[in-house]
Write a protein that binds this ligand. Structure first.
Ligand code: ATP
Ligand code: MG
Length: 563
């Protein structure tokens, strides 16, 4: 067990515990994970502040290096000292101190009559209870031990004890990865996705706007190649490209997708309104179109020619049948608005992957891969502007969610197994989940309905303040790197306890190295050194990790089958 670093001298539930430090201040930092045993309770907490104090302020002002060493060391630590502020997060019942009562208690715990495990802090340790840094066992007690479905996401900052997340639990709710640009979001997303793929907790569908995840990529910071998920998992990861003949970073994808004219609904266009610069009148034209042509509206409308005129009997040029204006007049719709919309829609139909009759059903192709235990990375290739991203991700997600809703309902009715859980990963999530879009997109619906239909989101974003608050509060696990902007910090802490204590910690994380793990999906918040995406990680994902170090007699017994 770790040596004590100090003892409780005051504080309370609201303001946190105060701890007098008995070791040099530089051995403890903000964010350190500390433990305090008091009676039958073990308290867990995070250091949120270090404060210099003096019982007599005169000595604090006095330079102590003029004093004799013996006097000086007597002064430091007694008259002059450091106090830690500890934000208490959890407490664990260790059972009665009396031996026979303890055995009774243990039996009740084993029978499930007594609730064990860490719970929220509801009391305080007694004065002078010793406080120590958390050891590996404490970290494992809270964040889980190595095993099936567990992924070490990083380690505690001072001691380097592994901090794990339970991937099975993670995918039950939507979650998020945040941080200012360049803080390591994409690397961490690779790590989390790789973990999910290795442990087979869910099928992943990644909307890879910047073509980062599938194939190997150059890490420009260090000038080394980092492996893509396709290299790590081979055919278990299928790469989809957009449009026939698509190429992704010089590779030909495993399959290609096309979007048909019939796939567009008026809701999709409402979502694209700002990307296409549509005004309110456009929606009037749109409802006219749907009224007139039904689901064939896009095809029929694009078949009309704008500006086609003919001479009438009075020798005047008027819109000819087959023109946009002619149709508008017939429908009593503003001609200019109709023409503008026609022009804007042309931007959609000009996309090479938007075709009147697609060669295959894009959604069926993706669903088929996911149902067969594979993962799909949809790389946008050269189509990486906002319009492409919004259009493709919305249309596909809406239809995939519908499919999962149908499968879940069918499973309930027929009492057959539920569909395979899937996680949809989206970069630049604020573009799809902004407050005015969140109520309309399939993404908003998915984030809100939790895992009712076995579809959840992995939201990746550098601008969390751009995401609807309600959606943010639904994200169970949030992994966040450094954030500088006050609004972004406020956004990632939405709906969580201890916001004031965590705010400073978040603003002082080391870029590219450290992240804060938090959210109601994790037992307590903790800053960690993030896992490196390197050879060692690849080896573990490929299942040929270096033979485990034999630390204890138990490990040796396990190995020999004697455990
Ligand atoms: N876990 C990690 N393992 C190895 N290198 C990392 C890790 N995290 C961050 N880095 C380093 O930091 C750099 C930036 O990381 P990354 O590309 O993931 O940032 P980002 O937050 O996705 O940035 P952007 O917002 O611009 O997409 C990487 O190129 C890499 O050198
Ligand atoms: Mg990135």
């Amino acid at each position: 067990m770790e040596q004590s670093i100090g003892y409780i001298v005051g504080g309370g539930l609201r303001e946190g515990f105060k701890v007098r430090l008995t070791v040099p201040a530089h051995e403890v930092q903000e964010g350190s994970f500390v433990v305090c045993d008091s009676g039958r309770w073990r308290f867990f907490g995070l250091v949120t502040n270090l404060q210099l104090g003096a019982t007599d302020p005169r000595f604090a002002d006095e330079q102590s290096d003029r004093l004799a060493p013996a006097v000086r060391s007597a002064l430091l630590g007694r008259t002059l000292f450091t106090t830690l502020e500890v934000y208490a997060t959890l407490m664990l019942d260790l059972g009665p101190e009396d031996d026979s009562e303890f055995l009774d208690w243990q039996e009740r715990v084993e029978k499930g009559l007594e609730q064990s495990g860490p719970k929220p802090v509801k009391t305080v340790p007694s004065h002078h209870s010793p406080v120590r840094l958390a050891d590996e066992g404490d970290v494992a007690e809270i964040f889980g031990k190595a095993g099936k479905g567990m992924l070490a996401l990083g380690e505690t900052i001072e001691q380097g004890h592994p901090v794990r997340i339970d991937l099975g639990k993670l995918v039950k709710r939507s979650s998020g990865i945040f941080g200012a640009t360049g803080t390591g979001k994409s690397f961490l997303t690779r790590i989390v996705l790789a973990g999910m793929m290795k442990e087979d907790v869910a099928g992943a569908l990644v909307f890879d706007m910047h073509n980062e995840y599938a194939y190997d990529d150059l890490d420009s910071d260090n000038d080394i190649t980092v492996l893509g998920l396709k290299s790590l998992f081979g055919s278990k990861v299928q790469v989809a490209g957009l449009g026939a003949g698509a190429r992704v970073r010089g590779n030909s994808p495993d399959f290609t997708l096309e979007i048909g004219y019939k796939d567009f609904t008026s809701e999709d266009l409402a979502l694209l309104a700002s990307a296409l610069k549509l005004t309110d009148v456009a929606s009037v034209v749109l409802s006219g179109l749907i009224r007139a042509f039904g689901s064939d509206w896009l095809k029929e409308y694009m078949a009309l020619t704008p500006g086609l005129t003919e001479e009438n009997d009075k020798g005047k040029m008027v819109p000819a049948p087959g023109s946009v204006e002619y149709w508008a007049r017939e429908q009593n719709i503003n001609e200019i608005a109709a023409r503008t919309l026609h022009g804007r829609l042309q931007q959609l139909t000009d996309r090479p992957y938007v075709v009147e009759k697609p060669a295959g059903d894009a959604v069926a192709a993706i669903v088929n891969q996911l149902e067969n235990g594979r993962h799909v990375i949809l790389s946008f290739g050269e189509h990486d502007n906002d319009l492409d991203y919004l259009l493709v991700s919305n249309i596909l997600t809406r239809r995939i969610r519908n499919q999962w809703v149908e499968m879940t309902d069918a499973a309930k009715t027929n009492r057959t197994p539920n569909p395979k859980p899937i996680v949809i990963a989206i970069e630049e999530a604020h573009k799809l989940l902004s407050p005015h879009l969140a109520s309309q997109t399939a993404f908003g619906t998915i984030a809100r309905e939790l895992r009712k239909y076995f579809v959840t989101l992995l939201v990746v974003d550098q601008r969390p303040s751009g995401i609807d608050d309600e959606i943010m509060s639904q994200l169970g696990t949030r992994i966040t790197g450094w954030l500088g902007d006050e609004d972004d910090i406020r956004a990632v802490l939405t709906g969580l306890a201890g916001r004031d204590q965590l705010r400073g910690m978040l603003a002082r994380l080391q870029e590219k190295q450290e992240v804060l793990l938090l959210g109601w999906g994790v037992k307590m918040p903790i800053p960690i050194k993030s896992r490196r995406y390197d050879e060692e990680f690849y080896a573990e994902m490929k299942g040929n990790a270096k033979a485990k170090k034999l630390d204890s007699i138990d490990d040796i017994n396990d190995l020999l089958g004697l455990g």
